[in-house]
Write a protein that binds this ligand. Structure first.
Ligand SMILES: Nc1ncnc2c1ncn2[C@@H]1O[C@H](COP(=O)(O)OP(=O)(O)OP(=O)(O)O)[C@@H](O)[C@H]1O
Ligand SMILES: [Mg+2]
Length: 405
């Protein structure tokens, strides 16, 4: 066993070392002599994307905060939900997550406690996005992620070995490969576990000791054989309510998490804001025009509202589309439509939207196509009289569905 004080010192050293490495690599990125094209990251992590906001918030932070948190819970809430005039900040903080503030507060408070945070919800409700925002605000590092799949092993949660190095030098901390969760523990950061319920139960259960004892033992080593979690460490896990149920988590593991359920946004105003925010960001990153034709957005929102109503009132699974009809689904449909309309000018916006909507939502053939056909005749046909755009949308949708046969 190693001496705790010694361990603390080494951890502090590694912690500051790892933080400065992060900083240097970030600086390297901005000062690298490479051309802009060469170093454009497809999707930078939140701490880079909103790095200026985080630095600003840290510079004005005078609020109570848990040890080793980059910004305080008070400012983290503003970082996630956006600032308003009553916050009296000299810099506007953009809204990044649209949802109930109480839900965000509960998530933040959980992370300051001894329990882990489990975000549950339908696909595309923003669970991973919220997890990333929380980790970026607390640790300035949101990339310590384990992606849960049926093939995830205990090694990927704890540690593994660099076999070639072990053969050459033997087992030691130098030849060990820590998992992202172990790195988070050592440095007092937030570790993320995506899609927890997709892992087998023995793998899930290896989290129990991490969350309760807050250390990982390495029995292969004779000294330095325990890695202790430093202040600031916690885990954010996500679980999709459509996958294997959250109920299947063992009760021991359930007890170590606070559950926060993220609902599907159904309020049209909020949904419109989310879609505009995401699409503008996506288009900007692709170097394309950011403007979304208002009529197109209105048609998309209305179609989804009606589709959800039909889905709620239908009695059997076969009368419903397989899709979760989430906001994220609308974002990808609109993104496809805008790209098609930008690259192929001869495809009008209504045609592009009808094609990407029908293409995107009819996954289970022929069931989904039957549901969509019925919906188009019963609901979209009624809207034909509203405007020229609805009329085109209706007829292009019909043509698209015919092409499926
Ligand atoms: N409430 C919301 N606020 C802001 N953005 C949102 C919201 N809901 C969804 N989004 C956007 O939708 C996209 C998809 O969300 P995300 O990947 O986080 O969903 P998820 O719940 O993790 O889905 P899955 O269960 O399929 O993994 C994100 O890019 C996010 O920006
Ligand atoms: Mg996700």
């Amino acid at each position: 066993m190693i001496n705790l004080d010694e361990q603390k010192k080494t951890d502090q050293k590694t912690s500051s070392k790892s933080k400065s490495t992060t900083k240097t690599s970030a600086t390297k990125k901005t000062t690298s002599p490479k051309t802009k094209e060469e170093k454009t990251v497809l999707r930078p992590p939140v701490e880079q994307l909103y790095g200026d906001e985080l630095v600003f918030l840290e510079s004005i932070d005078k609020f109570a905060k848990p040890k080793n948190w980059y910004i305080s819970p008070h400012l983290l809430r503003i970082f996630i939900l956006g600032s308003s005039s009553k916050d009296k900040l000299s810099k506007k903080i953009e809204t990044k997550f649209y949802g109930n503030p109480t839900l965000v507060e509960r998530a933040i408070v959980t992370l300051a406690s001894d329990r882990g945070l489990l975000l549950i919800g339908e696909p595309g409700t923003g669970k991973s996005w919220l997890a990333e925002l929380l980790a970026a605000g607390i640790s300035k590092r949101s990339t310590l992620v384990v992606q849960g799949t049926a093939a995830t092993t205990e090694d990927q949660i704890k540690y593994s070995w660099n076999i070639a190095a072990v053969i050459a030098k033997g087992q030691s901390t130098d030849t060990m490969i820590p998992s992202p969760i172990m790195t988070a523990m050592e440095n007092g950061l937030i570790g993320r576990f995506e899609e927890l319920t997709r892992c087998t139960s023995d793998v899930q259960d290896s989290l129990i000791s991490i969350l309760s004892e807050k250390y990982i033992a390495i029995p292969e080593l004779s000294d330095e054989n325990v890695i202790y979690a430093q202040e600031g460490f916690n885990v954010i896990a996500t679980a999709n309510s459509r996958d294997k149920g959250v109920n299947e988590l063992s009760s021991a593991l359930k007890r170590r998490f606070n559950f926060v359920t993220i609902p599907i946004v159904t309020d049209q105003k909020t949904e419109k804001e989310i879609i505009e925010f995401r699409i503008q960001d996506l288009m900007e990153r692709k170097g394309l025009a950011k403007k979304i034709p208002a009529s197109l957005l209105e048609i998309l929102l209305e179609t989804f509202k009606e589709l959800r109503d039909v889905s709620l009132s239908s009695r059997s699974e076969s009368d419903r589309l397989e899709s979760s009809l989430s906001t994220a689904e609308q974002i990808s449909i609109l993104e496809d439509a805008l790209l098609q309309n930008t690259f192929f000018k001869d495809v009008g916006p209504e045609k592009a939207l009808a094609q990407s909507l029908i293409g995107g939502l009819t996954r289970r053939l022929p069931e989904d196509l039957t549901v969509m056909n019925k919906f188009w005749h019963a609901v979209i046909e009624k809207n034909k009289a509203k405007s020229e755009q609805w009329k085109k949308y209706y007829s292009e949708g019909q043509k698209t569905m015919k092409s499926f046969h």
